[in-house]
Design a protein around this ligand. Structure first.
Ligand code: PMV
Length: 328
């Protein structure tokens, strides 16, 4: 995978969002999750500040209020105030990885300004910044933003291992492995409700202390493992069925919400499978249409009040350009 090149300001960078296909929540406990990076991007332009203070879309207050930006500036002081312009296809706090896409695009710019770095360094630093800013979490989102493609992330190696990340406050080091992309079209349905990942992760922690907790985690781990082999065999029906099975376990973990239930219900008869994607408690669902069925599925989601995104997997992760070249 190509390195992050050195660049002088102005720098443009972009990174993709993500949807978790299997294994959210269980991955916090080291089980393997499977994540799709999506062709929905956060783009950032970084210039030297004309005001002598760092700004975000023209505002000093927005810059000060952004925990990811503030953490990145603290961990990687750029040595000069910056002017950042940011635009994103990703709704915030929707389960689609907007903060990881922003963090990874920002860190790609900062590493480029510092002379460039291996992509594995971008992966480690993006995770460190996101985790420091959020106080918890796995490297699923930042891995998708940095590597692109479809990835297996967990405490055990799976797929074609790209890099290992240090535990950094967690219990174990993480493996990030590349999986084959069958190049299907996926449909995301956003409820319009922002979710609070930290609160949901804490509630799931409580839920997992009940006697059936370990069995629920093991069931999700089994689904991820079967899901990886179904993806490798390009078995679309099986991937869809496993998504629905994963959804049922997520409901048992207590992370659903009537709006998520309504969207998953609306996919019936239009999808091979559907599930909550990300933390839950709001946010989004991910559904797999039969071949050619994406518009019908998106319409069904919209009829139930969701915002639909018809998406393919992003082939590449974070990219940096400089000197007048802009991404896409
Ligand atoms: O923040 P979200 O909605 O993408 O959820 C992340 C997935 C969790 O497994 C719930 C948390 C994590 O850090 O892996």
């Amino acid at each position: 995978m190509e390195d992050i090149p050195g660049a002088s300001l102005p720098v443009w960078a972009e990174a993709p969002g993500k949807a978790i296909l299997f294994g959210e929540h269980a991955v916090v406990y080291g089980k393997t999750a499977v994540v799709l990076s999506l062709r929905l991007y956060t783009k950032i332009e970084v210039r030297p500040s004309k005001l002598g203070v760092t700004t975000f879309n023209g505002s000093v207050d927005l810059a000060l209020a952004n925990p990811y930006l503030q953490t990145a500036l603290k961990l990687h002081p750029p040595g000069r105030p910056l002017e950042l312009h940011v635009a994103s296809d990703l709704p915030r706090a929707s389960g689609l990885g907007s903060s990881a896409a922003f963090t990874s695009a920002l860190m790609a710019s900062m590493l480029a300004m510092g002379g460039g770095a291996p992509r594995s360094t971008l992966a480690a630093e993006s995770f460190r910044v996101e985790r420091t800013a959020q106080g918890l979490g796995s490297p699923v989102d930042t891995s998708a933003a940095v590597a692109g493609g479809i990835l297996a992330v967990g405490a055990e190696p799976a797929g074609d291992v790209l890099w290992q990340l240090p535990a950094d406050g967690g219990k174990f080091p993480w493996y990030v492995g590349d999986l084959p992309d069958p190049e299907w079209t996926w449909v995301v349905g956003f409820t319009g409700m922002q979710k609070d990942t930290a609160a949901v992760v804490r509630n799931v922690g409580e839920r997992l202390r009940s006697p059936d907790g370990p069995a629920l985690l093991d069931e999700i781990a089994k689904i991820s493992a079967e899901g990886i082999s179904a993806l490798e065999q390009r078995d679309r029906e099986r991937v869809g069925a496993l998504m629905s099975r994963n959804h049922d376990v997520l409901v048992q973990l207590g992370i659903s919400h009537p709006r998520l239930d309504a969207l998953v219900q609306a996919t019936r008869g239009h999808a091979l499978g559907a599930k909550i994607t990300g933390a839950g408690g709001g946010g989004s669902i991910l559904a797999l249409p039969p071949s050619g069925g994406e518009f019908e599925l998106a319409r069904a989601i919209e009829s139930a009040g969701g915002v639909s995104f018809i998406v393919k997997v992003a082939e590449a992760g974070a990219q940096v350009r400089s000197k007048g070249e802009t991404p896409h």
